[in-house]
Ligand binder design. Structure first.
Ligand SMILES: Cc1cc2nc3c(=O)[nH]c(=O)nc-3n(C[C@H](O)[C@H](O)[C@H](O)COP(=O)(O)OP(=O)(O)OC[C@H]3O[C@@H](n4cnc5c(N)ncnc54)[C@H](O)[C@@H]3O)c2cc1C
Length: 409
């Protein structure tokens, strides 16, 4: 009987583990098949909107996640040419009251650890490493994941949570390689004492300049600062985690103000990524197989929502399957229907944010400054309602994600 088989999850990233935890909460066993020889995440920071905390709460890990997080006071936008504040979105009591949860920043390793511990604590979650899923076969009753060594693993369903370069997407969608954005991102994490004192702000700070930007925020109980700087240099090839020198990073930032440049000079151990995304698609399912997270909807990081969306996916997936007790293909179809519009909006909006907020120059930048300065906190909250609102009714409903996206603006 296929109903007794586990739900296979290809990929043990944040999305894959969130799905495993969510399925276990619904009493559904899963087996995570991770390509790497060790489970883990890269040592950098991640921003979490209230929608991430809605998911944590529904998965029963809200308290642990909160222990790891730094609760920042604002999202701060600085002009990297004029060295002045453009605007800030306050994240205090009014923000929390409006959205039912905080905005926070967290070390990826800490966030990953919260999910991993929840998986390890559950008898319903199996974790296998050195298990790369190459492709799948399915008949009417079950699905078989075929691993790189030729081993065949049978499951009730197969979830492709295998990231940007997903093998399963190649089979489900078949739309070729991701789109290279031409944006190069450099990441560094430094001890707080190395961060210039006049920049140790309790904010997720963004310095926006022509074709470049710099982001920084505190992490891990203020022990370290996360630095992420991006240069739109029309890089032609995808690159992942290549070490580079401070001098190389600075090359794209000679036109920004001294204070913004000083952030780069204080970085250490910079690593480079050339960012990729994809156009939205609505085909995420093939029978008993469905995609999740970056495999389904990879996006540029400019709305800081890729992982948040992957975690939401995991929660909605489990709810949709549980609601169709036994009818796995119908459950997967409900999941996809509930997620496509919201994530498509995020994919496209992330590109727009890059073009119109992060990287404009000249009159385009002046227009940005004028529009953003004119917004009141309430207007910011209204603009964010579709993304952060509506999910915290405690009842575990999921389809509101779809409704919120459709109803917005
Ligand atoms: C610079 C930068 C900053 C970001 N900042 C934020 C932020 O602030 N907030 C936010 O929410 N998001 C952010 N994101 C996005 C976020 O990192 C991703 O959206 C998220 O990690 C996607 O999770 P995932 O589990 O879908 O994929 P991944 O994290 O890519 O995990 C995929 C997993 O699958 C494994 N795998 C791959 N292929 C196979 C296979 N064939 N078989 C088995 N296993 C396989 C991989 O080893 C990996 O463990 C940022 C991204 C970048 C690049």
């Amino acid at each position: 009987m296929s109903d007794e088989l586990p739900i296979l999850i290809a990929g043990g990233g944040i999305g894959g583990l969130a799905a495993a935890v969510a399925l276990a909460r619904k009493g559904l066993p899963s087996l995570v098949l991770e390509k790497a020889s060790k489970l883990g995440e890269i040592g950098a920071g991640i921003q979490l909107g209230p929608n991430a905390f809605h998911v944590f709460d529904q998965l029963g890990i809200g308290e642990r996640a909160r222990e790891m997080a730094v609760f920042i006071d604002s999202l701060l936008l600085m002009d990297a040419i004029a060295d002045g504040e453009i605007c800030r979105v306050p994240l205090g009591e009014d923000f929390r009251a409006r959205f039912g949860n905080p905005y926070a920043v967290i070390h990826r390793g800490d966030l990953y650890g919260v999910f991993l511990r929840a998986c390890e604590d559950s008898p319903l979650v199996g974790l296998r490493t050195s298990a790369e899923v190459m492709e799948y076969d399915q008949d009417g009753g079950s699905v078989t994941a075929i691993l790189s060594g030729g081993e065949r693993v049978r499951g009730r369903a197969l979830i492709g949570a295998d990231g940007l370069w997903s093998n399963l997407r190649a089979q489900v969608v078949g739309d070729g390689a991701p789109r290279v954005s031409g944006h190069t991102t450099y990441r560094s994490v430094i001890p707080t004492e190395m961060m210039p004192e006049n920049l140790r702000w309790n904010a997720a700070t963004l310095w926006a300049g022509p074709k470049c930007h710099i982001v920084h925020y505190p992490l891990s109980g203020w022990k370290v600062f996360n630095l992420v700087v991006t240069y739109h240099n029309d890089a032609p090839e995808p690159v992942t985690g290549k070490p580079v020198s401070n001098e190389e990073v600075l090359q794209g930032f000679t036109h920004v103000c001294e204070r913004a440049q000083s952030i780069i000079r204080h970085g250490r151990g910079w690593k480079l990524w050339v960012l990729c995304d994809r156009n939205p698609v609505s085909r995420w399912q093939d029978g008993r197989v469905a995609l999740l997270g970056d495999a389904a909807h990879p996006m540029l990081q400019y709305a800081a929502q890729g992982a948040c969306m992957a975690m939401e996916d995991g929660m909605v997936l489990a709810e949709a399957i549980a609601a169709r007790s036994g009818a796995i293909e119908a459950g997967l179809a409900d999941y996809v229907a509930a997620r496509v519009i919201r994530t498509a909006r995020m994919q496209l909006q992330s590109r727009e944010i890059g073009d119109h907020i992060y990287h404009p120059a000249g009159a385009h930048a002046e227009l940005r400054n004028a529009i953003m300065r004119a917004k009141s906190p309430i207007e910011w909250f209204d603009a964010l309602e579709w993304l952060y609102g509506g999910a915290n009714n405690g009842a575990g409903e999921n389809l509101h994600f779809q409704r919120a996206a459709v109803a917005a603006e």
